[in-house]
Ligand binder design. Sequence first.
Ligand code: FAD
Length: 407
Amino acid sequence: MPSEIAVIGGGPAGLLAAQRLAEAGYYVTIYDAQPTVGRKFLVAGHGGFNLSNAEPLPTFEQRYGDRHGHFRDFLSYFSPTALRDWLQSLGISTFVGTSGRIFPTDDYKPAHVLRAWLNRLHTLGVQIKTRHRWLGFAPNQGLQLHDEATSQPLTIYPAATVLALGGASWTKTGSDGQWTTALTRIGIRCVPFGPSNCGAEVAWSAFFREKVGRAPLKNIALQGQGQTVRGELMLTEYGLEGTPVYALTPGLRRVLATQAPAELLLNLKPDLSPEQVYQKLQAPRKGKSLAAYLEKTLRLGPPVPTLLRELAPPAADATPQALAELLQRLPIPVSGLRPLEEAISTAGGVAWEEVNEHLMLQRRPGVFVAGEMLDWEAPTGGYLLQGCFSTGAWAARGIDLWLRHQQ
Ligand SMILES: Cc1cc2nc3c(=O)[nH]c(=O)nc-3n(C[C@H](O)[C@H](O)[C@H](O)COP(=O)(O)OP(=O)(O)OC[C@H]3O[C@@H](n4cnc5c(N)ncnc54)[C@H](O)[C@@H]3O)c2cc1C
C-alpha cells in the first residue's frame, strides 16, 4: 500500500514536489488555503514570464548568494535543462532569450502552463484540497488544518509532508507568511522576512516628481556595494524600480539595516570608457543649454538633464571632466526599500540550520520544506522559479529516501 503524502501549499515548489511524488507512486494530496492554487505563479507574467535561465551552473548557483553551496545540489538534481524537458512534457516549448532568460514559446502565459500542469497532476491522481489552511502540528505526527469552506477543524496523519508555503509578499496570492507562528511555536528559527527584488525609495523634490513622474533610463549600469548591474531603470514618483535596482536589494537592505545612508552610483553611458565620454565632451558648448549639449554630444535626452540638476551640486557640470565623472558615477541617495507587500520575492524564512541535507526539519522528522519559505533570495531572471522548482524536486527526493529508510 503506497504511503500518503501531504503537500501543504500549492505554489510552484509544492506542485512540483507533488508531481514528483505521485510519479514515484505515492498518494499525494495538496492542501492550500486559497480557493485556487498557483496564484503567485499566475502573476509571474507581470513584466515578462521567465521560468529559468540558461546560465552555466557554476555562475547560476552564485545567484543564490551565501546559499550557493546548498543550491549546487538542488540545481544539479533538477536543472534548468530538466525544467525545460519537464515543460516540454506538458506541451510547453521554451526558448532562450538574448539575456539568457528562458521563456515559453508562442506567448504562453503562466495560466497556460498551470492549466497543463494541473491536468497532469489530475491524471497522476493527485488530490487538491483548496480552502484548507494549515494551522500547525498535532501530536503523533499530525497536522492541524482548518477547512475554510465548512469551518471545520481537521487533523491529518500523512506518512510524510512537504511544506511549501511561500514567502510574505503579494499576500492576495496567499503568500502571507503567517506560517512562521506554527514553526516558531515548536522552536524552529525563522529569519525575519525582508523585501527582495523591490524598488528603492529616493526623496525626490516636488519639482522632480512633477516634471519627471515616471520615466525609463535605458541601457544604464547601476552600482551598489561593489556590485554592478546593467539594464533598464525606471524613475518613479517614489524612487527607482527595474531589474538593476532589484538585483541590488540584498546589499541595500544590509546597509539600510545599520541606519547608514545608502547610495547607488548610476552610469548613464556604460558602453563608453571615461576617456571616451570626456573626449565627446570636448566639443564646444557655444552657449547651448545643458540639455541641448548632452543631446548633441552623447545623445542623452530627457529626463537626464533634470536628473543631473536634481542630484548633482550646482556647478558640478562646470568642466568637461566634472561632467564626464558625473555622467558615469551619479550618486543616488536611497532612503529606503519599498514595502515587503510589493516585493517580487522575500528574503528570510526557515533558517538553514533547521533543515538537514534533504530539506527535512531537524525538529520534525518526516516534514520537508521547499520553495521561497526557506531563507534564500536570488535576483529576477528565472532564478526564483528555478530555485522553487529545484527545492521542490529535492524535497520530494528526500521524502522518497526517508520513507524507504523507514521500511
Ligand atoms: C509580480 C511577480 C512576478 C514574478 N515573476 C517571476 C518571473 O518571471 N520569474 C521567476 O522566476 N519568478 C517570478 N516571481 C517569483 C515567483 O512567483 C515565486 O518565487 C514563486 O511563486 C514562489 O513559489 P513557492 O511555491 O515557494 O510559493 P508561492 O507561489 O507563494 O505558493 C505558496 C502557497 O502556499 C499557500 N499557503 C500559504 N500559507 C498557507 C497555509 N497556512 N495553509 C495552506 N496553504 C498556505 C499559498 O496560498 C500559496 O498557494 C514573480 C513574483 C511576483 C510577485
